[in-house]
Design a binder for this molecule. Structure first.
Ligand code: F6P
Length: 342
């Protein structure tokens, strides 16, 4: 048995831990061989492979990024994409494929598996934690820790200058990073994509914070949208899955706050810092378990499934379910945080 492995979409701390665990268990327990595909779906599409064995995965557990490289290549849009993937899997004698990715990468795996008979097992990843078929995705905990540390640091500089500091975090459709890091970091305003925000109300919270002689920290998810306005975009460009590139709401909001309150407001955009560097202990643990369970699914020939965390158990769910529904922040959860606003 030869197993192909690829990592697609935005990188995420913990990807290497999945690869390591799958290879270690596959080689040691089942005598499998492995082939790595470079840069997500571009690898099987172009036949770009990399050797993958136990020496190749030594020492990678704490390393961020992915030793296989990643891309947002969409093979369903490439000319003869499916045929080329099938030919390359045959050429390199790959019997099963483990696809590690988010909504887009797993969406392709689901179609390849269900419609075209390619034996795929999915492993969910995204720092956004917005896949409903799993309780948590690895990468999220690391991103929240990084954002929380940034908020802690911004509190002291905001107070020294009595400025408003706006922190823009990732979160395209879901405000999980904003909500968790905002609560953990003691933010005075948290804005998420799920609920449009009222700029005047934000300014009210900012002013009430100044009244008690503290400087406000506003955490805003990149996908958060003002009431009566549009999502703020850097430029109009799209990736190959058709997603518009975000970031910009933090800058926009700081300007609005300054204009309406007369208080100095600055923005910190955390951007890819949230996705880089070493994974947290939780993410290493989760990613390692996902890797172990993915190889067990291959052994059981349970294709068309994704491994998923339910409570403390790792279970299998249909790949099609993995991408069917986005996991967004429940309004009740968001309302809980409201006691700290202002
Ligand atoms: O999906 C994960 C994510 O980190 C989003 O939060 C963000 O909008 C996007 O990736 C950014 O992707 P890229 O690095 O390709 O611009």
């Amino acid at each position: 048995m030869r197993v192909g492995v690829l990592t697609g979409g935005g990188d995420c701390p913990g990807l290497n831990a999945v690869i390591r665990a799958a290879v270690r268990k596959g080689v040691q327990d089942y005598g499998y061989s492995f082939t790595g595909f470079r840069d997500g779906w571009r690898g099987p599409l172009a036949g770009d492979i990399v050797p993958l064995d136990i020496p190749a995965v030594r020492g990678i557990l704490p390393r961020g990024g992915t030793i296989l490289g990643s891309s947002r290549t969409n093979p369903l849009k490439a000319e003869n994409g499916i045929r080329r993937i099938k030919e390359n899997l045959t050429k390199y004698e790959v019997d099963a494929l483990i696809a590690i990715g988010g909504e887009d990468t797993l969406g392709v795996a689901a179609r390849l598996s269900d419609e075209y008979g390619v034996p795929c097992v999915g492993v969910p990843k995204t720092i956004d934690n917005d896949l409903s078929a799993t309780d948590y995705t690895f990468g999220f905990d690391t991103a929240v820790n990084i954002a929380t540390e940034a908020i802690d640091r911004l509190h002291t500089t905001a107070e020294s200058h009595m400025r408003v500091l706006v922190v823009e975090v990732m979160g395209r459709h879901a405000g999980w990073i904003a909500l968790h890091s905002g609560l953990a970091g003691g933010a005075n305003v948290i804005l998420i994509p799920e609920q449009r925000f009222d700029v005047q109300q934000v300014c009210g919270w900012v002013e009430s914070r100044f009244k008690v002689r503290y400087a406000p920290i506003v955490v805003v998810a990149e996908g958060a949208t003002p009431k009566g306005g549009e999502m703020v975009l850097k430029d109009g460009s799209l990736d190959s899955f058709g997603h518009v590139r975000l970031s910009g709401v933090g800058e926009w909001l700081a300007k609005e706050i300054e204009r309406r309150t007369g208080k100095e407001a600055r923005t910190t955009v955390l951007g890819h810092v949230q996705r880089g560097g070493t994974p947290s202990a939780f993410d290493r643990w989760l990613a390692t378990r996902f890797g172990l369970h993915a190889i067990e699914a291959v052994r059981d020939e349970a294709y068309g499934v994704m491994v998923s965390l339910r409570g403390t158990d790792v279970v299998r769910v249909p790949l099609a379910d993995a991408t069917a529904k986005l996991k967004t922040v429940d309004p009740k959860l968001y309302a809980e945080a409201g006691v700290f606003f202002g």
